[in-house]
Design a protein around this ligand. Structure first.
Ligand code: BGC
Length: 734
């Protein structure tokens, strides 16, 4: 394993030699605190009863107040638990003490949690942060999240989520870096470095967990947990790519996805886990199942019962069982009767112990009082990073008549109930934030715009107050309408069949437009939305996503012009939902969509996306010229001049794409190969260059063999995936 010294490796082997079969299987068991007492039905059903309205939220809370949590202390004492999901440092220490001092071999627990886009400092959701195209930022936010969580005893993040995701109906598009395998790979690598590489103290790094391995983002029709069928060339060239990159960067753990891939659930998929991940990619760490996924193999119809599911998962290469207890209950018998080879158990235990060793848990199992107290008040430096990330992730989609930026002296009518919310800026999957750190849009805007008045008017749910709409129109020189999705409308189990603005928000926009005042639409959402109507009628659209604790300041700074927007889209936006999945790097067809009838198109929707991947405006403009490509022995050197032709300084993301024109397999119409973030003062011009190595111009075929083929290639450079300059080159003698 990368980073494990010979001494540490020897210590792992020494420990393994002393362990009983039960203790090894114990390491393969991850538990969550279970809720016990106070109610007669299983906890999951209780949640369902609240969700479907059989009991109210108040009744649920009342029942919960009489329940207690079981932290599995007895099982820990017996060496029967390897990992737990807990985030309270006092509890962490208490449970760790049992493992270290009371279990026979004193093996520490590893505490894991979903730290997807920040721990206490919550940053933009990943789909938004990826749009900053800022590799250094990806790394710094991950490093900060690692420090904050380690101070709470959480040494293992179930992140980064690097699923390539191209169907905006899928709620989990919010958690990952978007539709492009190259941007996804850059993001994945940076996150691994940020989470794992600062070994100046054990307080500074955690083990990352790449998820969800693999293909989850391609679930059919964007419905969560749905089946995935995929040609193998697509698997290798797109969906596997960010995982392969992150494994190469040294990722310590991987989580298998819920879905099946071409008929075999990832949880029990030997081809994926053992052959591809561990053997071909050489992944040295351990694989954990997704929550409850081993049990779900029975429901999936791939295993006849829990024993069968556990056996299949273990043999396939699944090292740790998240939350079902199936390994703990069944694997001993399966080994004793010869169904599961002892070598499988040894391998899993070795991998898990190695990660614990690498984390320094054997020497530093506890959180010290000093570390625990470190972030009692969130340091200014952490807030500043959250603000930087938030403002770099804002994407300006439309700015007619230069309505933005807004002069801070103007009377701003702030509209939309999302604007006042502290919870709704956080995004799906954040659980360690504190309300006191959160700056709502209303609070952030008030600091910058002294003449601001707030008129809730309506939101993603509920009615519209006509009186407030009229009052907003009467008051404002300009109306800023904060509309979009609730946090609960994206993330896991939150697919939507209609991705227009939910509820009556479009109606609200229409009413606001009728006031005759200029309307600035600020979106808060966890996925690309279908904005055909908004793009036609609303003069200004700002994509604000769920930007985290500093969202209010970031939006205020962008709207006032203190910050020139620089974010680009990491995912294409459709005109209408029916176009999903819509993405820029789609395969070529024999009849590319055009105005003529017999082409690849819809009768009732425009061609392509409304806003393409890589798109985003700013308060200045950039021009591209003199694109030249020179051939070297092993590479093509491309150079282009980029000029800031406007009156404000800005930062442009210069994007470099390639198309393999003719190949032994059909190839995408464009593929991102590289990008560069360039700071340009008003009027300034810079030359930006890219090196495309010939060895990187190939692709994987359906057998997973890398093919580098002679022929014509088109190289493109531009400020988004649609508007590019193009040069053709010929690759020979490969
Ligand atoms: C999700 C994972 C998450 C796990 C643990 C599952 O439901 O799919 O992404 O890491 O729960 O919380």
């Amino acid at each position: 394993m990368k980073g494990l010294s010979e001494v540490q490796k020897a210590a792992v082997e020494e420990l393994l030699a002393q362990m009983t079969l039960e203790e090894k299987i114990g390491q393969m068991n991850q538990e969550s605190p279970s809720i016990v007492g106070g109610f007669d039905v299983p906890f999951e059903e209780l949640i369902e009863m609240m969700t479907d309205g059989r009991i109210s939220k108040q009744e649920f809370e009342h029942i919960m107040s009489s329940a207690t949590q079981d932290f599995h202390e007895d099982a820990i004492r017996k060496g029967g638990v390897g990992s737990l999901m807990v985030q309270d440092p006092v509890k962490v220490n208490e449970l760790q003490k049992i493992a270290v001092e009371e279990s026979r071999l004193g093996i520490p627990l590893i505490f894991g949690l979903d730290v997807i886009h920040g721990f206490r400092s919550v940053y933009p959701i990943a789909i938004a942060e990826a749009g900053s195209f800022d590799t250094d930022l990806f790394e710094r936010t991950a490093r900060m999240a690692a420090k904050e969580s380690r101070a709470a005893g959480v040494a293992w993040h179930f992140a980064p989520m690097v699923d390539v995701a191209r169907d905006a109906r899928w709620g989990r598009v919010s958690e990952g870096p978007g539709e492009d395998p190259y941007l996804g790979s850059v993001f994945a690598r940076a996150k691994i470095r940020g989470l794992q590489n600062d070994h100046s103290s054990t307080d500074n790094y955690v083990a990352a967990c790449l998820k969800h391995y693999v293909g989850y983002g391609a679930c059919e029709s964007g419905r969560d947990y749905n089946t995935v069928s995929m040609a193998m060339h697509l698997f290798y060239n797109a969906y596997l790519k960010p995982f392969a990159a992150a494994v190469d960067e040294g990722a310590m753990t991987v989580m298998a996805a819920f879905n099946d891939l071409n008929g075999v659930p990832c949880t029990v998929n030997e081809f994926l886990l053992r052959k591809t991940l561990k053997e071909s990619l050489g992944f040295p760490g351990f694989v954990v199942s997704d929550a409850n996924a081993i049990r779900e193999c029975v429901t999936h119809g791939i295993a006849s019962d829990e024993m069968d599911a556990g056996v299949k998962a273990a043999i396939a290469g699944m090292d740790m069982d998240m939350g079902t207890g199936i390994y703990a209950k069944n694997l001993k018998k399966a080994v004793e009767d010869g169904t599961v080879p002892m070598a499988v158990i040894d391998e899993a235990a070795r991998r898990i112990l190695s990660v614990k060793m690498w984390l320094g848990l054997f020497d530093h199992p506890y959180v010290s009082e000093e570390t625990m107290a470190r972030y009692t008040v969130l340091p200014e430096e952490h807030k500043a990073l959250a603000r930087e990330a938030a403002e770099k992730s804002v994407v300006l989609l439309k700015n007619e008549n230069n309505i933005l930026p807004i002069d801070p002296a103007k009377k701003v009518a702030l509209v939309g109930s999302l604007a006042e919310s502290e919870e709704e800026i956080i995004g799906a999957w954040a659980m360690s934030w504190k309300k006191e750190d959160c700056v709502s849009i209303l609070n952030g805007m008030k600091e910058t715009f002294p003449n601001l008045k707030y008129f809730p008017c309506g939101g993603p749910e509920g009615d519209i107050s006509m009186d407030e709409v009229i009052a907003a129109g009467d008051y404002g020189d300009v109306i800023v309408a904060v509309l979009g999705e609730l946090v609960s409308m994206s993330g896991e189990a939150s697919s939507r069949a209609d991705i227009t603005l939910p509820g009556r928000q479009r109606e609200l926009l229409e009413m606001l437009m009728h006031t005759g005042k200029p309307v600035v639409l600020v979106l808060m959402n966890g996925r690309p939305l279908a904005l055909q109507w908004e793009d036609l009628y609303v003069p200004v659209i700002v994509e604000g996503w769920h930007l985290g604790i500093e969202m209010g300041h970031a939006v205020a700074r962008v709207l006032s012009g203190e910050k020139n927007p620089e974010g680009k889209l990491s995912s294409s936006f459709p005109y209408v939902t029916g176009q999903c999945p819509v993405y820029y790097n789609h395969m070529n067809t024999g009849r590319p969509g055009s105005k003529s009838k017999f082409t690849s198109r819809y009768l009732d929707a425009p061609l392509g996306s409304l806003y393409p991947f890589g798109y985003g405006l700013s308060y200045t403009e950039y021009s591209y010229s003199d694109f030249k490509v020179a051939e070297k022995e092993d590479a093509f050197e491309a150079v282009v001049k980029v000029k800031n032709t406007g009156e404000r300084d800005g930062r442009e993301t210069v994007q470099f794409y390639m198309q393999d024109v003719t190949g032994s397999l059909v190839r995408p119409v464009k593929e991102l190969k590289d990008f560069r973030k360039v700071a340009l003062e008003a009027g300034e011009e810079k030359e930006v260059s890219f090196t495309l190595f010939k060895k990187d111009m190939g692709f994987f075929n359906n057998e997973g063999i890398y093919c580098l083929e002679e022929g014509a290639f088109r190289l493109y450079v531009g400020g988004d995936s649609r508007n590019c300059l193009m040069e053709e080159v010929y690759l020979k003698e490969v």
